[in-house]
Unconditional design. Sequence first.
Length: 132
Amino acid sequence: MKNVMRAGAVSVLALLPLSAPASATAGGAAPARAGIDCPSGYVCIYPEINFGGQPWVRRAVDGGVKDLPAAIRDRGSSIRNNSDRTARVYEKRNYSGRWVCVMRSGGSIHDLRGYNLNDQTRSLKINRNDCG
């Protein structure tokens, strides 16, 4: 009977992890979340400031999106442009209303609140023109 109990205890121990759980960072602070990078050749609109959350990603070719998809429409809070084109994000459909231009080749805006466009993204225009 003792051998059966010992064998049961050993099998239960075998199911437990071999390492201790990871401890919190020094001072008890939660670890910082890593942002999702915007791939080369794309424009990415993020739902949170400082490039947080799951971005909406668009391949940067001339043209644009007259009405952004529901996943990011009226939710954009930051934008990154990793393409060789400029990107303009507009507050209204069909490229109208207030807008901000994001420079090419790594241009970014970490907080659209400074442009009064936070959570007001409706359309995106991508082209080879300079910002201005």
